[in-house]
Structures are given as C-alpha cells and as structure tokens.
Design a protein around this ligand. Structure first.
Ligand code: FAD
Ligand code: 2HG
Ligand code: ZN
Length: 466
C-alpha cells in the first residue's frame, strides 16, 4: 500500500563485518559508533513511519576530517551509506533502503562565525534550524527559511533537500541565500566551496549542484548562509475566503499592495482545518463563528509598526469590501500569532494522527492548482479524504490523501494520475520535499531524459582543456 520505488539491493555492495566496526571505533571513538537496537530502530524509520531500513550501524562524525575518512573507507570497501540529518524528510530519503551505514550529522553542530555587518552565518551542517534561529535572534538576525520541522531538521538537511518553507515568498530559495558549502565526496575528497561572498563569478558555481541533491553527490559538512536582519514589526492575519478564485485574487492583490512587507502567504482548505481541529490537541479555529471553505495566513514583516499595520489594515479592509475575504482576525500578540501558525504548521502532524497518508508536494501554476484537488475528491469518492494546503504564494500545493490504512486500491486511484496531471500542467512532482525513495523513478514526469542524463554525461566527458 505504500508508494515506494521498488529497487533491488546492488549486488556489488559488500556487507558490514566486525573489522569495519573496529575501524570506525578506532577512527571515531566508541561513543560515536552506535549499534544500539533502539537507536537504530529510530534511525532506520522515517518521520511518517512509512519507510524502514535495516541498518546495523550508525556513525556520528564530529569533524569534516572524520566524514572524509568514513567515506574513503566505505568507498574502498564498497559499503553503502546514507547521510542523515534530523530525519524529518517526507520522501523516504533519510533512512536506509537496505543495510546502508547511517552517517548521522547531528554531532557536527557548531556555529563557526556570524558577520554582524553582512549577516553571513557560517556553521556546521548538523546545526538544528531552531537553534540557528535562536542564536541569530540574539544578534538581531533571522534565518531566511522557516518550517514546521525546525525543532529537529538540520541546516545540512535543509540544504540537501533545498527546503522551501514559510518564508520563501519573501527571501527566496536556498539557491539565493546559501553563499557557500563544504562537502565531502563519496571517495573522501573534501570540496571547499565555503565562500562568504554575495558575488563571485569565477567559473562554475558548484555549490548549486549540492543544493537539493539529497545526498546523492556527497555529504554537506558546512554551510555559509546570508541571514536577513530581524525587523521589529511582524503582523499576522488569519483570513477566510469562500472560493479558491478569491484566494488567488487575494494573492495577486497582496503581492501588489503589501509588496515590500509581505513575508508569508499560506493557505489551507476546510478539510485541512477540520483535520487539525479534530486531531491536534488544543487547536482552536481562530474564526470560530462558522466553517469557511478556505483559510489564508498573511504575514507582514517590516520596520515601522504603525506604517505596516496601517498598510495591512487598509489592504484587509478593501479585500473585505471587494468580497475576497469573508472574515478575518489579526493576531494581537506573539502567543496568538503562534496559535495561528500552529493551525497551518500542524497539518502534517494532524495527518499522521488521522491514519495512513499519501503525500504529494506539487508545483502547479496557481490558477490551475485547486482543479486537481477537486478532481481528486471525485476520484477518491468515499474511500479517502483529500486534504489540500500549502505555500500558495510560491505555487506549491501540498496534496495529501488521508485514509484509515494503506491500501493498494487507494494508491491505484492516486498514481500515476497525480503525476500525469502535474506533468500535463507543466508542474513539478516535487516542489520542495525532493524525490527520495518515493519518487526516485518518477523524475521523468518533471525532467526530460536529456536533463536526467546530463550529469552522468558530464562525469564521463573529458573537460575541454585550456
Ligand atoms: P533528513 O530528513 O535527515 O534528510 C533529508 C535528505 O537529505 C536525505 O536524502 C538525506 O540523505 C539528505 N541529507 C541530510 N543531511 C545531509 C547532509 N548533511 N549532507 C548530504 N545529504 C544530507 N520541507 C520543506 O521544504 N518545507 C516545509 O515547509 C517543510 N515542512 C515540514 C514540516 C514537517 C512537520 C516535517 C516533518 C517535514 C517538513 N519538511 C518541509 C520536509 C523536510 O524536507 C525538511 O524538514 C528538511 O529540509 C529535512 O531536513 P533534515 O535535517 O531532517 O534531513
Ligand atoms: C508543510 O509545508 C510541509 O507543512 C509538509 O512541507 C507538507 O505534509 C505535507 O504534505
Ligand atoms: Zn511545505
């Protein structure tokens, strides 16, 4: 009933033996070589508890040198590995498929430097996103990305999945904000691309290949990232719309009228709200008087409290008068703002509590996006619920099909239909979560065969010599 790509274990890989374990203990020290069954069970299982590997060994390197030595050794012994960050990935990429050695990056969690003039942060890949957010907060900066998994996910995992999240509409993707990386290739070579410059046109910008490569090119060990200043005035509105067209028009208007201060534009439909209210402890509908068809969160971030508020209120008033929004409330303090965010950020958790879930993370032109949701509801009928929400401001739909348990007949109603539909509408079958094991062989729905073959070709062609 789960939708994983079926692959066979590569017969040229060897299996771990006691000499290997002794080598790792010598290299890393006993404590960083984990064979404990409970720890391994957790590390072998993904966040959704949908993908499960059978690794017998987890390594916790503390330095780039150790990562390099591990990979060099595994490469020479033909031992398969999987890099692991916070294990919050949603496509089965962060856990072993078979018995791969897990290289967990959590012990590489040092902050190396923060340039307080430019806001450029350099840190190790295992830093937890929320820790970076708190560290920066003390120095008057913020991370350019924020996501529901911030308490566990690591910056190295974020870079490797090219995570989007709630602020992308304002600060852009990691391809813009990551200024440099250090990475270790499978043979142990350390590639120093850890630049700290906004501008550097000296040849190919190789770091971009690592952003979103999901560990397939090497292990990211250090990250240099541009962090925006923390601005004093943040406002959050929780709004109701009665149809999808109004959500779409509201987005166009918000971009036009709030422009410089718009920092998030998220949406959820009534099915998502219903799910959150039923499954998330303490969740309350900020607009309780009646159930609406759609909910939109609009956040503004600026530097002038009264100007920002006036601008947002004027925008909301005209949207209300124009019939785009039917109800709405502005967060009065930080606690209320976080309770509004909890509704939106809590959908994945609520889905987990509701039972089995089939996740699709799609980029679709905004005008067409909800057509797919409507079609899926017709296709699924009574056998499963269709939950739709996501980063409307970025054209990113999170389509989730929720059912009491996994079932092949449900899956057959969803796939390949969702992928075909997305491909026909020139969308992407992975907006921000990546391919992982779930979509490894689905890449052709979003990329041409030539594109897919380009990188291996580059590896075999001899570079032109000057
Ligand atoms: P992992 O899950 O451990 O790994 C993810 C992939 O990266 C794997 O393929 C792994 O092998 C590889 N990897 C990890 N670390 C490294 C490294 N140092 N070097 C090389 N490869 C590495 N994603 C979004 O884009 N936007 C969201 O808004 C968002 N919200 C989420 C909310 C929740 C509640 C959850 C559970 C997940 C969410 N995600 C979101 C998905 C997930 O992609 C992100 O949480 C995050 O980027 C993964 O980071 P991680 O450290 O947990 O990586
Ligand atoms: C989010 O935006 C995450 O909440 C998770 O990317 C999406 O659960 C999902 O489908
Ligand atoms: Zn998302």
């Amino acid at each position: 009933g789960s939708a994983a790509t079926v692959i066979e274990r590569n017969t040229s890989f060897s299996t771990l033996n006691s000499d290997d374990v002794s080598y790792f203990k010598e290299l890393l020290g006993e404590k960083s070589v984990v064979e404990d069954e409970d720890v391994l069970l957790t590390a072998n299982t993904d966040w959704m508890r949908k993908y499960k590997g059978s690794s017998k060994l987890l390594l916790q390197p503390k330095t780039t040198h150790e990562v390099s030595q591990i990979l060099k050794y595994c490469n020479s012994r033909c031992l398969p590995v999987v890099p692991q960050g916070g294990n919050t990935g949603l496509v089965g990429g962060s856990v072993p498929v078979f018995d791969e050695v897990i290289i967990n990056m959590g012990s590489m969690n040092n902050i190396i430097s923060l340039d307080k003039v430019s806001g450029i942060l350099v840190c190790e890949a295992g830093c937890i996103l929320e820790n970076l957010i708190s560290f920066l907060d003390n120095h008057g900066f913020i991370m350019p990305l924020d996501l529901g998994a911030k308490g566990s996910c690591q910056i190295g995992g974020n870079v490797s999945t090219n995570a989007g999240g709630l602020r992308l509409v304002r600060y852009g993707s990691l391809h813009g904000t990551v200024l440099g990386l250090e990475a270790v290739l499978a043979n142990g070579d350390v590639i120093d691309m850890l630049g700290t410059l906004r501008k550097d046109n000296t040849g190919y910008d190789l770091k971009h290949l690592f952003i979103g490569s999901e560990g397939s090119l090497g292990i990211v060990t250090k990250v240099s990232i541009l962090t925006p200043p923390k601005l004093s005035s943040v406002n959050l509105a929780f709004l109701a719309c009665e149809d999808y067209f109004s959500c779409q028009k509201l987005l166009v208007e918000a971009k036009r009228r709030l422009g410089d201060i718009l920092s998030a534009f998220e949406f959820l439909d009534n099915q998502s709200m219903d799910l959150v209210l039923n499954h998330l402890e303490g969740a309350r509908n900020p607009l309780p008087s009646s159930m609406h068809n759609f909910y939109v969160l609009i956040e503004t971030t600026g530097s002038d409290e009264s100007y920002d508020k006036e601008k947002l209120e004027a925008f909301l008033l005209s949207s209300m008068e124009g019939g785009l929004i039917s109800d709405g409330v502005l967060a009065q303090d930080i606690n209320q703002a976080s309770s509004f965010w909890r509704i939106r950020e809590g959908v994945p958790e609520a889905l987990m509590k509701a039972g089995a879930v089939y996740k699709y993370d799609l980029s679709i032109p905004v005008e067409k996006m909800y057509d797919l949701v409507v079609e899926m509801r017709i296709r699924m009928g009574q056998i499963a619920r269709v939950i739709a929400y996501g980063h409307l401001g970025d054209g990113n739909l999170h389509l989730n099909i929720s059912a009491p348990q996994y079932d092949d007949t449900i899956l057959a109603q969803i796939e390949p239909y969702v992928y075909e539909w997305t491909s026909e509408h020139k969308g992407s079958i992975s907006a921000e979560h990546g391919l992982g094991l779930m979509k490894a062989n689905k890449i052709f729905y979003s990329k041409s065969p030539e594109t897919v073959q380009f990188l291996p070709l580059l590896r075999t062609c001899r570079a032109r010599e000057h």
